[in-house]
Design a protein around this ligand. Sequence first.
Ligand code: GYE
Length: 328
Amino acid sequence: MKSYSSQFMTLFTRLAAPAMLLASALLTGCGGGGDAANEQLKIGFAQVGAESVWRTANTDSLQNEAKKRGVDFKFSSGEGKQENQIRAIRSFVAQGVDLIILSPIVETGWDPVLKEAKRAGIPVLLMDREIDTADESLYAAFIGSDFVEEGRLAAQWMVENVKGDEVKIVELEGTPGSAPAIDRQNGFKEVVDKHSNFTIIESQSANFRRSDGKDLMESLLKLHSDIDVVYSHNDDMALGAIQAIEAAGLKPGTDIIIISIDAIKEAFEAVVAGKINCIVECTPLFGPLAFDMAEKILNGEPYERRVVMKDGVFDQTNAAEVIDSRKY
Ligand code: GYE
């Protein structure tokens, strides 16, 4: 944090004029969408890609909020490749944005490019996924969920609700090397390891994608005739797996228990229809919070360096009550 304070002083000087303009606009009551002061705020967003419904909802949330606030918003989709995101960050630095929002595809390999941003005095806000670095001064803050806890919640639901002397689980993993794939696996395993009647018999990646989830489940069903549980790191892969299970003549939710993470509307519908048994929530709706944080960081106001969302757990007992309030 220390190393940032001097940087933020420079930033503050650079942004003092627009910030003051904004303050006076608010005081005189002429604030609101698209006011002149906010138009000067330039924010770059290096997004992962468009691999899931969660991701699209996340992109929409940021884009809508940027529009509402009149922010000059530069969006870049990494299309699932770290090198694209690194290129995007470099281009944001070259364009002299005020702040960069990064949702990192994988955990490692960010130090060099984040050092470039730091040298240019541009704070980076990590959103959704964390990075693995020894130098925490390379980013200003993180907002997102606790993925380890999500994995634990999924496993806790399973050990409480699935009975049997020998319960066989297949795990559909997210993108290799990504924080949610690593952490959701670790949290789940931590609980499973304490219950000797539960065994993870397969663990493979389907990249958080629906079509990959379907393909992977198809091949796992050919390999194993005795799968009891599918634990999927996201809903898209679970929904793909459901297609494969039905195509194999089995009943998802009954013949094979399905547990997944994200809680998109389609997954809620599948819970109500009895095809998914449990979903752990992970919100993608970071728009308002991300821009509030960005403004605080840029205005030199105090802010929390790590903001972690609270995730709910839904199953047949409570999904129907909340389904209508789901926006994505
Ligand atoms: O679960 C998945 C998406 O990082 C939490 O990424 C996010 C994950 C989410 O593709 O659907």
